[in-house]
Write a protein that binds this ligand. Structure first.
Ligand code: P6P
Length: 339
């Protein structure tokens, strides 16, 4: 495969993608630099004092780990001065992150989950950074951005992607013109094209869900999961259960080899009536990628990308993955719905 960097790939497709303006390329390059810095820290975790907790609790009510905070600070530091954003949001920050007046602004809005799956860091299991990019509706509006610029349907994203810190560091992203994967060559220090035009298989033999919540789910949800582990006309054997506990790792495996990931709402659990995953920094970007790769993503009733969030950290149930497996799942969850 030719050694094409992300930037070269973006420029190669510039004519197809109105997104690939100089500002957008700069935004992506700053994200890539942030990921390289985060990779360096993740790869030496355990050797230096970046494991464990900071002692703080984030807006999600979760204990903040040192690498969570480190990744968040790197992303904010690099992105706020890049001159491409009018606003930024992070899973780690309760409110919108304003761009300091000392820095030039742009028209893009960046939403990140700085280090998803961070509970796995201390045991050396893959973690990832998820990003979602919107463009301000009015290019000529240079006022400070507010929540109305950020609380947008996922279908309005101009780009989305993730970095996966694992056996190698990968970047997977879309600008609405297909999904492309790049692998970091540490020797060169560049992300090189390794997975062009990713299409997810229409069916897989894997399902990812945390079945410890079985008793909290309603019956249609239980039936949908039972169907994955029961032989079907199209599948003699039950699917294999694969659940890493890192959304990016489970999503990436299913994207490449086929399968579905479910994080249903807990009908009987007051703590998670809308599930655990966040719409803006997790469900919407992964849904954009999944649909671009030929898959499907819903909240169990509606297409994820059609949902308009009302709050910055809104949570949604997530059913996402291979198209035909998802159509079967949706039929079980909503038998009366027309296809
Ligand atoms: P549970 C990590 O905290 C995360 O947000 C996702 O990466 C992961 O898929 C999910 O939560 C795991 O949640 O409830 O199964 O432990």
């Amino acid at each position: 495969m030719p050694q094409i960097t992300v930037t070269e790939h973006l420029l190669l497709h510039q004519k197809e993608s109105p997104m690939a303006t100089g500002k957008f390329t700069r935004l992506l390059n700053e994200l890539i630099l942030s990921a390289k810095i985060i990779t360096r820290e993740v790869n030496k975790a355990g050797l230096v004092d970046v494991l464990g907790f900071t002692g703080e609790i984030n807006v999600q009510g979760e204990q903040v780990r040192k690498l969570d905070e480190y990744a968040n600070s790197i992303l904010i530091h690099r992105m706020e001065r890049a001159g491409v954003l009018c606003a930024m949001a992070s899973e780690e920050n309760a409110d919108l992150i304003d761009i300091p007046p000392t820095f030039p602004k742009g028209n893009y809005i960046l939403i990140v989950d700085p280090l998803d799956g961070s509970s796995n860091i201390d045991v050396n299991i893959n973690v990832g950074t998820i990003f979602s990019i919107y463009r301000r509706p009015d290019d000529n509006d240079h006022s400070c951005a507010d929540l109305s610029d950020v609380l947008r349907k996922g279908s309005e994203q101009v780009a989305a992607g993730y970095f996966l810190y694992g056996t190698s560091t990968m970047m997977v992203y879309t600008t609405g013109k297909g999904v492309h994967g790049f692998t970091l060559d540490p020797g060169v220090g560049e992300f090189l094209l390794s997975h062009p035009d990713i299409m997810t298989p229409p069916r897989g033999n894997v399902y990812s869900v945390n079945e410890s919540y079985w008793n909290y789910w309603d019956e249609p949800t239980q039936q949908a999961i039972m169907a994955m582990k029961t032989p079907q006309p199209h599948r003699r054997k039950p699917c294999s259960a694969r659940y890493v506990g890192s959304l990016v790792a489970d999503f990436h495996r299913n994207l490449l080899t086929g399968g579905v990931f479910f994080y249903p709402k807990d009908s009987l659990d007051p703590k998670k009536p809308h599930g655990k995953l966040r719409y803006l920094c997790e469900a919407a970007p992964l849904a954009f990628i999944c649909e671009q790769a030929g898959g499907m993503a819903t909240d169990g009733e509606k297409r994820i990308l059609d949902i308009e969030p009302q709050t910055l950290h809104e949570r949604v149930p997530l059913f996402i993955g291979s198209r035909d497996d998802m159509l079967d799942t949706m039929h079980i969850l909503n038998p009366e719905a027309t296809d």
